[in-house]
Design a protein around this ligand. Structure first.
Ligand code: G4P
Length: 519
C-alpha cells in the first residue's frame, strides 16, 4: 500500500487563461509517452464536442466546462494530472480540483508575469498550503527580463522563487537551458510545431561555453547572482508552500518541459495522511476513504448520468466494493467505476491513494461528501472564494415548481451555482456565482435537462464575505448589507460596494468577514 501510494504524484496546473496550461498539459503527455503526438488532447476535445450535446455551450463558446483527470506513468511514477477549466468563470471548479491535488504547477507567461487569475488561484493554493512549482513559459518569444519576474513573484504573491533552471539566451532567442544544480546545460533543436519531442543535447560547462559563447557567460552570471542572494531550492520550504522551485522554457517548442516533468515526479510530494474534519490524520494504509471533489452530469447524453470524481485518500479501491456514503450513512455500490482521460471513459478496477476514480450513477452524492469502508471519516470542507455575482431566479412556468425545486437542489449539490436564501425573510432563492457563465450553464441545464425553464434576473456584481452568527446583528445595524444563508449554514454578507466593506472592516476589525469560505 505504501509503495503504491508512494509512487503517486497528483497535481494540477494553475494559470491565467492563455499562459499555456493546455499546451503544457499536452507536452507532459507527449514526454510521458501517453500520446504519440502533441495535439491529440485538443483533437479529442473536438471529437467530444461533435459527439455529445453535453453543454452546447461548450461548443458555442469554444470553452471547456468539464474538467477531468489524466493519468500516465513517468519512469516508475504514476502521475495524476487534474485538469482545471481554463475559463475564469468556472474558477469555482478549479478551487475544488485543487482540494484533490497534492501540488500545483503555476504557469506564467514570461511576457506578462503574475496576472489576476494566477493570483487568485495561488491564494487557494496558499490556503491549502499546497507546494507550488513555477514554470516561466513562452521564453521563445520576446518578453520581460526573467530576473525582474522573480521579483514580481516575490512581491506580488509573497512566494519565494528558487530557480532550478535558467535560460541561455534572451527571451525571444532561447538557445538552451542551464541547470543550476550541476552547472550543465541542455541545447535544443526545435521540432516542427513542437509536435514531437525537441532533440536535446546535454552539455558540460566547457562544452556549453564553446557552444553558447556570450550567452553562456550571461546565464552563468545570472546564476551566480541567484547564488549570492540565496535564491536556492529548499525542499522543506517548498513543501511548506513558502518557496517555489522555478523552471524556465517554452511549452510550445518543448524547451525545458522535461526538466519540469522530472521535477514534478522528484520534488512534488506523494499522498500524505489526510486530515479529517476534526484534524485527526488517516494514514494512507487505513481502509478505503475518499471525498467527492467534483460532480459532472450529462457527459453521456444517452444515459444522462452523473459522475462523481472521488480522490482516494486511503486504502485500496476495488471496483465492486460497497462503500458507505458519509453524509447519509447509506451504502454506495461501486459497480460502475471509471477512469477518465479527456472525455474517454475506461473502466477502472482498482485505485490507490492519490488516484481519482469516476463513480457513475452518483446522483445522490454532493461535492465534499466522503465515502469510506469500515472506519467512518468526514473530510474538512473544500474552501472556495466568496461569490461575486448574485441574481434572482424563478420558474418560468409556475406549474413546474416541483421540477424547479428539484433542479435547484441537484445543481446546487453539483456546485454549478450556489443557492442562497435571505436570512429570516423572503423564501425566493437567490443564486450566487463567481462567473456569469455559471448562470448560463445553470439556466441551460434547468431548461434542457431538468424540465424547468427559469427566469433569471440580471446578475449583479457584488462584494461578498462569509460571516458568523455574532457578526450578523452588527451587520444588520450597519445598514445596506444583505444577509443570505447557504444550505450548509454558511452566512454570506452581500455589500452594496467594496468601499462599504472596506469602511466596515477598518471600523470593526473584530467582525468576521472572510473572502475565502471554508464551511
Ligand atoms: P491556456 O490553456 O493556458 O489558456 O493556454 P494555451 O495552452 O491554449 O495557449 C494559449 C496560446 O499560447 C496558444 O496560442 C498557444 O499555442 C500559445 N503558447 C503556449 N505556450 C507557448 C510557448 O511556450 N510559446 C509561444 N510562443 N506560444 C505558446 P493560440 O494562437 O491561441 O492557439 P493555437 O492556435 O496555437 O492552438
Amino acid at each position: 500500500m505504501r509503495g503504491e501510494a508512494g509512487r503517486r504524484r497528483t497535481f494540477a496546473i494553475i494559470s491565467h487563461p492563455d499562459a499555456g496550461k493546455t499546451t503544457l498539459t499536452e507536452k507532459f503527455l507527449l514526454y510521458a509517452g501517453a500520446v504519440a503526438e502533441a495535439g491529440a488532447v485538443k483533437a479529442r476535445a473536438g471529437r467530444r464536442a461533435a459527439r455529445s450535446d453535453w453543454m452546447e455551450l461548450e461548443q458555442q463558446r469554444g470553452i471547456s466546462v468539464s474538467s477531468t483527470v489524466m493519468q500516465f506513468t513517468y519512469r516508475d511514477r504514476v502521475v495524476n494530472l487534474l485538469d482545471t477549466p481554463g475559463h475564469r468563470d468556472f474558477s469555482e471548479d478549479t478551487y475544488r480540483v485543487l482540494a484533490a491535488a497534492d501540488a500545483a504547477v503555476m504557469v506564467l507567461d514570461a511576457a506578462k508575469g503574475i496576472e489576476p487569475q494566477t493570483r487568485r488561484l495561488f491564494e487557494v493554493c496558499r490556503a491549502r498550503r499546497l507546494p507550488v512549482l513555477t514554470f516561466l513559459n513562452k521564453l521563445d518569444r520576446p518578453g520581460r527580463d526573467p530576473l525582474e519576474l522573480l521579483d514580481e513573484i516575490q512581491d506580488q504573491i509573497g512566494l519565494e522563487p528558487a530557480p532550478i533552471t535558467w535560460p541561455v539566451g534572451i527571451p525571444g532567442e532561447l538557445r538552451g537551458i542551464l541547470d543550476r544544480r550541476d552547472g550543465t546545460a541542455v541545447r535544443y533543436q526545435r521540432s516542427a510545431r513542437g509536435a514531437s519531442e525537441a532533440s536535446e543535447e546535454r552539455l558540460g560547462p566547457t562544452e556549453a561555453a564553446a557552444a553558447f559563447g556570450e550567452e553562456w557567460v550571461a546565464a552563468r552570471e545570472a546564476a551566480a547572482l541567484l547564488d549570492a542572494v540565496g535564491a536556492s531550492f529548499d525542499q522543506k520550504r517548498f513543501l511548506a508552500g513558502e518557496s517555489s522551485p522555478l523552471f524556465v522554457g517554452s511549452a510550445l517548442t518543448n524547451f525545458g518541459v522535461r526538466h519540469l516533468l522530472e521535477a514534478v515526479v522528484d520534488l512534488a510530494p506523494a499522498p500524505s495522511p489526510a486530515l479529517d474534519a476534526l484534524g485527526a490524520s488517516r494514514p494512507v494504509e487505513a481502509p478505503f476513504s475518499g471525498f467527492v471533489f467534483k460532480l459532472q452530469a450529462n457527459m453521456n447524453p444517452a444515459h444522462r448520468d452523473h459522475v462523481a470524481f472521488v480522490r482516494v485518500c486511503s486504502g485500496h479501491f476495488e471496483r465492486g466494493m460497497v462503500l458507505t456514503h458519509g453524509a447519509t450513512g447509506k451504502p454506495f455500490a461501486t459497480k460502475y467505476a471509471a477512469s477518465l482521460f479527456g472525455a474517454e471513459r475506461t473502466t477502472v478496477d482498482d485505485a490507490w491513494p492519490g488516484d481519482v476514480v469516476g463513480l457513475v450513477n452518483a446522483g445522490g452524492l454532493s461535492v465534499g461528501d466522503s465515502l469510506y469502508e469500515a472506519v467512518p471519516v468526514a473530510f474538512p470542507p473544500i474552501p472556495t472564494f466568496a461569490p461575486e455575482l448574485v441574481a434572482s431566479v424563478r420558474p418560468k412556468d409556475l406549474s413546474r415548481a416541483k421540477q424547479f425545486r428539484r433542479g435547484l437542489d441537484q445543481l446546487e449539490r453539483e456546485g454549478v451555482v450556489q443557492v442562497l436564501h435571505r436570512l429570516g425573510g423572503d423564501p425566493e432563492p437567490v443564486l450566487a456565482a463567481v462567473g456569469q457563465m455559471q448562470f448560463e450553464v445553470f439556466a441551460h441545464r434547468m431548461e434542457h435537462e431538468l424540465g424547468a425553464a427559469v427566469e433569471l434576473g440580471v446578475a449583479e456584481q457584488r462584494t461578498v464575505r462569509s460571516t458568523d452568527a455574532e457578526t450578523v446583528p452588527e451587520l444588520r445595524n450597519a445598514g445596506g448589507v444583505e444577509l443570505l444563508e447557504r444550505r450548509d449554514g454558511t452566512i454570506l454578507a452581500v455589500f452594496p460596494s467594496p468601499y462599504w466593506l472596506t469602511r466596515l472592516e477598518s471600523d470593526h476589525p473584530e467582525w468576521t468577514l472572510e473572502a475565502i469560505v471554508t464551511s
